[in-house]
Design a protein around this ligand. Sequence first.
Ligand code: 6R9
Length: 665
Amino acid sequence: MAETSAKTPVVAEAHEVDTFHPPAKMLEKHPSKPHLSGLEEYQQLYKESITEPTKFWGRLARELLTWHKDFQTVSSGSLVGGDVAWFLEGELNASYNCVDRHAFKDPNRVAIIYEADEPTDGRTVTYGELLREVSRVAYVLRNMGVRKGDTVAIYMPMVPEALVALLACARIGAVHSVVFAGFSADSLRDRVIDGRSKVVITSDEGKRGGKLIGTKKIVDDALKQCPDVTGVLVFKRTGADIPMTKGRDVWWHEEVDKWPSYLAPEPMNSEDPLFLLYTSGSTGKPKGMMHTTGGYLLGAAATAKYVFDIHDGDRFFCGGDVGWITGHTYVVYAPLLLGVSTVVFEGTPAYPNFSRYWDIIDNHKVTQFYVAPTALRLLKRAGDQHVRNEMKHLRVLGSVGEPIAAEVWKWYFEVVGKEEAQIVDTYWQTETGSHVITPLAGVTPTKPGSASLPFFGVEPSIIDPVSGDEIPGNDVEGVLAFKQPWPSMARTVWGAHKRYMDTYLNVYKGYYFTGDGAGRDHEGFYWIRGRVDDVVNVSGHRLSTAEIEAALIEHNAIAEAAVVGVADELTGQTVNAFVAIKDGNEPSDALRKEFILQVRRSIGPFAAPKAVYIVPDLPKTRSGKIMRRILRKILAGEEDQLGDITTLSDPSVVEKIIAVVHEAR
Ligand code: 6R9
């Protein structure tokens, strides 16, 4: 490539943004060369992926995945119909593609590098070992009555066995439904019931940042109200003394010993569900996004190859948790589909000290690192002295989950990457399955803060939210939608297809609506502005304000609640709650604490409000709609810019709320 000088500021008139080309040093330490020769080849392939998707995806599906039975129809259905399907007639198995085909070729290749919470406790798992363990657990699940098409809930810490659990489900055609192990018993219960899970896989305890988490206890609490769960498989992580329910709970280590080390994978239709993953939306009830087998796996494999420029022998480290989509796609499926080593990190970036990530990267010669900006902000603030490591194998540094500010981007590039690794700011969602707007490492020039250009097959549109019309051309702002289906898009909301249609496909007919605002600059680069719905992003966790409000209202002292997100330097946004209490209660610190505890208990600690304001009433229109905009303005200190408040049923409430907020500060 000609244009590979590390840092070529291209300052366009009126757009004072630096453009960074793939660093020359990254290419020097490359095992061979990037999969594409440069931006031109990307543009050619991109064009093909949009104008001849059948040809493009048909070729890639056969190149990157191993099919038990070849497909005939590359794609069918439409965004209007909400009946998108990929690779019909094709049959394949996810666990075969992630494990067997690599184990047969090279059983001693490392599949998993496990970094335990204590830096000294880790180990590695080879592809051969992974095949044996996945097979045995698959037998165990069958023995517990799990059949093809059944749902299995997984509530586990970040240990290799979590990956084994996912792959064992996939091996027998069961649908995994992972619930992030930070969720409360109530949240777990709701997801187990909604997904109709028969079996739950968990561990005795978890260990994170030196602290123990009573995982099994939370499962026990949740299952008190889940009569349909017939079995719980418990992995022994810490050896804690925990109660086992007779006839329901079995130990992982005892069960796996009973079974042979190979079970043939179940051939699945390409459109058979692979997993459910619950995510937050505008309403209180989380949505079980359903992903299917062939399309999802192809999205994972294709983005791994082109976005992260993965090559044989690479060691990939994604800091995401398997409880979220980032963990599903980029801790588990993407690296394993390409047969490289994936780091499974159980701990936190601050334990035992702020060098933890950098030590892991150095010790394991990590080639690609992928994390959320919230962690980077924390580590940047902790100080450069903690980044004492060379990390000389790093070629790609990924960012995900929220917008990355230019100064954090530059810190990542200069201090972590020593200007020798390319930053890829990857934009995607639980619903998209894999990256949709992202640079390709070694190929795409980047601008700090922009997710850059669309991935193959993704045709972005900027839509005017008022008229609903697409805004053509460059230098435009609006909401982001996609114009044609791509293989890894979620096919439905579990048990609620109408909700799927209404949330994503009926908002702008013929488009998939992301829920994010975005701009397209003068060079066609995309800038994600954040959610335009009632979703807040706290430390990269996606939360619904409606869900938090519903949790608060469960408290018997609360009459009404309104939750808003407020910008925060460290966590991106914080949750702030305004509550009106019922007669007979007096505002107090104790009560505020109780309300916070209520959210922790109902959803999980990560959703806890940072501040709770007890107010006499909420600002409501005459029709009873809460005007959160006013609350946001008050918290931002923009009381002089509240706009028209005469439509409120009681405009005097605004002064009272301002007084409460002032008093609290
Ligand atoms: C992968 C993941 C999705 C929401 C999404 C958007 C935000 C994700 C981003 C980003 C700016 C990026 N988001 N990546 N915003 N730049 N690179 O995070 O999935 O948990 O479903 O969240 O996260 O707002 O709509 P999920």
